[in-house]
Design a protein around this ligand. Structure first.
Ligand SMILES: Nc1ncnc2c1ncn2[C@@H]1O[C@H](COP(=O)(O)OP(=O)(O)OP(=O)(O)O)[C@@H](O)[C@H]1O
Ligand SMILES: [Mg+2]
Length: 382
């Protein structure tokens, strides 16, 4: 059997990547022209995939531009960040590990890095500093890409994924100021900062009292349109010797509200159970399977929601809009207007609901289907 043409769970920069032509072009042009860029979107709409795709394209054609992608998801302190930053910048600066050792010595004035190589120097290269010295001279690391770029006559593009993790570091406020003041002076380094926790990202970049305010261009990534998904799905089936017609394929983005991860997941489940040609029945079975697979997650999510907050979510699911009208508050037992306002903020900050065109919606379309079935016994597809 051929491998599935539909991928979810990892970023999709080459195979399985679709559309995003205008976003790719814009991001590429920004990054090559020195415009720092922030990308914000809800979870799993495709930020990391987009950045990887653009960076792959840049790597293919720009010899003098060196690129770095760091995922901050598992980095929990300033020290870890600085060491990882230095290591990745040095690694990107040359393809030869012998040069990394030289860079490690040559480019630091105050800091003395401890460099070590393992059996396989390409993967076992490590770098560490004395923490006390590191903290005192962190600007030397933060300026490292600019220092190397100037000396070697190259440019850097540095992409930091899950950037909203930085505020969880101790003493973050001081660090944030330092980051900004170093990075804004860089002429040969462009930064791409992105992350999923929208309210945190927005607070970092859109709050006039914060150092990263107006750091660069802000791209609010949108969903991929239906037409593109349909041709992507049809092509995926055809290339692997199966079939689906356009009308049937359209059901997939329709039930998943064009959410990138879920469209791929539902397309994959459908493809998997399709013998020759997919029909609406295969999609229904696949949808059940998908929601069953995710149910433990949704149950956990629901259990973590407080009572009046859950009632507010039910009101959202019922399509209410006037949450503080006495009628709606009584009908759904939402508590006081203060409760409503607090719960709304909590649901938004936890990325469970978001506001689109003055209406609140679930962020996760499959969670919404599960929720409506669970609490109102509504079928997944009517
Ligand atoms: N351009 C695309 N074409 C096809 N599928 C895509 C595209 N972008 C994203 N996807 C699908 O969505 C999934 C999530 O993408 P990705 O991890 O890039 O999103 P993200 O916004 O970075 O998510 P997170 O918020 O969890 O970091 C991918 O695994 C893939 O299935
Ligand atoms: Mg991501």
């Amino acid at each position: 059997m051929k491998d599935s043409p539909f991928i979810y769970g990892t970023t999709v920069s080459i195979h399985s990547f679709t559309n995003r032509e205008s976003e790719s072009a814009k991001l590429q042009s920004n990054l090559l022209n020195g415009i720092n860029t922030t990308i914000i979107s809800p979870r799993r709409w495709g930020k990391s995939s987009l950045v990887e795709k653009v960076i792959t394209d840049i790597n293919k054609k720009e010899r003098k531009t060196k690129t770095v992608i760091i995922d901050l998801f598992s980095i929990s302190s300033e020290e870890e960040f600085l060491e990882c930053f230095a290591k990745e910048v040095i690694k990107a600066s040359s393809s030869k590990w012998q040069e990394w050792m030289i860079s490690g010595k040559e480019f630091f004035k105050k800091l003395i890095p401890k460099l070590s190589l393992g059996i396989d120097p390409v993967t076992d290269f490590s770098l560490s500093f004395d923490w006390h010295e590191l903290k005192k001279n962190s600007d030397e690391i933060l300026n490292l890409p600019e220092t190397i770029a100037k000396k070697k006559n190259i440019k850097f593009i540095i992409c930091l994924d899950e950037f909203q993790n930085l505020p969880s570091f101790n003493d973050y406020l001081i660090f944030e100021k330092k980051l900004r003041s170093c990075w804004q002076r860089h002429q040969s380094v462009t930064y791409c900062l992105y992350g999923s926790k929208r309210h945190m990202m927005t607070d970092i970049f859109n709050n006039p009292s914060k150092p990263f305010y107006r750091f660069g261009d802000i791209m609010l990534l949108q969903k991929i349109e239906t037409k593109k998904w349909v041709s992507f799905i049809c092509k995926g089936f055809t290339l692997t010797g199966k079939q689906i017609d356009e009308k049937t394929a359209e059901m997939i983005p329709a039930v998943m509200k064009n959410h990138s991860w879920y469209v791929q997941q539902l397309a994959h489940y459908t493809w998997n159970i399709t013998h020759k040609k997919a029909t609406a029945m295969e999609i229904h079975i696949a949808l059940n399977e998908l929601i069953n697979a995710n149910t433990p997650l949704y149950q956990k999510e629901t259990e973590s929601i407080g009572h009046t907050q859950l009632n507010l979510l039910k009101a959202v699911a019922k399509g209410e809009t006037q949450f503080t009208s006495t009628f709606v508050m009584n009908k759904h037992q939402l508590g006081t207007p203060r409760n409503v306002s607090k719960n709304k903020t909590l649901l938004i900050n936890n990325d469970i609901i978001h506001e689109i065109n003055n209406k609140f919606e679930f962020v996760d379309p499959a969670f919404e289907l599960w929720f409506k079935k669970q609490f109102f016994n509504r079928p997944y597809v009517s």
